[in-house]
Design a binder for this molecule. Structure first.
Ligand code: CA
Length: 232
């Protein structure tokens, strides 16, 4: 069964989310704190997705997100915040969240985003070796689609699902300038409601992982006012 972790201290909101998820066929692990959420995840996980409130008693949602992401590159994480601050959004995405919603939010939209996130994760993970090519090669880089690991000159680099899919897009379009909207659509899907800044945040994170000097990148090049270009 598909499992989702919901961490929210406000019981009325948590129960509303959980109820709607259960009606949509999800098994829900509810937690009123980050600490309890981590306990449940360890005992009853793994989960396909996690919905994390930012303002929690004890450990906050950002630290929780970082902690979960450290152990699990595959889980789809959505941050819920009362603040609509751009800094909060960027912060959430840069520490490993895949999506971000501001309260008050529509539960049906939250459900749609969780579904989109999990479809993406499933779509990008081939079930068997027969499903197409399993290794993409570009210069010194090898993208292993079975293990979901990127190798740079033989050295493995762990990527999140989103980072992996951006790399797939680059490898399939070498030397081509990709407009940010195209990257957004290619990775997040055509029905994604978010804005293109999420692309920039993920690119920044990817550069930290694959570039020798992330501030003067040699592989993921910026095409000013447009998007990004892969140069192996
Ligand atoms: Ca809260």
């Amino acid at each position: 069964m598909r499992k989702v972790l919901v961490v929210e201290d406000e019981s009325s909101i948590r129960e509303l989310i959980a109820l709607n998820l259960r009606m949509a066929g999800w098994e829900v692990l509810e937690a009123e704190s980050a600490e309890r959420g981590l306990q449940r995840l360890a005992a009853e996980g793994p989960c396909a997705a996690a919905v994390l409130d930012v303002m929690l008693p004890g450990m906050n949602g950002f630290s929780l997100c970082e902690t979960i992401r450290r152990d699990d590159d595959n889980i789809g994480i959505i941050i819920l915040s009362a603040k609509g601050l751009e800094e909060d959004k960027i912060r959430g995405l840069s520490i490993g969240a895949d999506d971000y919603m501001t309260k008050p939010f529509s539960v049906s939209e939250l459900l749609a985003r969780i579904e989109a996130l999990c479809r993406r994760v499933n779509r990008s993970r081939p079930q068997s070796a027969d499903e197409g090519e399993s290794r993409l090669v570009s210069g010194q880089f090898v993208l292993d689609q079975k293990s979901r690991i990127l190798y740079k000159s033989g050295r493995p680099i762990d990527l999140t699902q989103v980072e992996f899919q951006i790399m797939e897009l680059f490898f399939q379009n070498p030397g081509t300038a990709l407009v940010r909207e195209k990257i957004l659509e290619g990775v997040w899907g055509p029905s994604y409601y978010g804005d293109v800044k999420i692309v920039d945040v993920n690119i920044r994170r990817l550069r930290m992982k694959i570039e020798d000097a992330p501030s003067s990148p040699e592989h993921i090049l910026t095409v000013w006012g447009y998007g990004y270009r892969w140069n192996a």
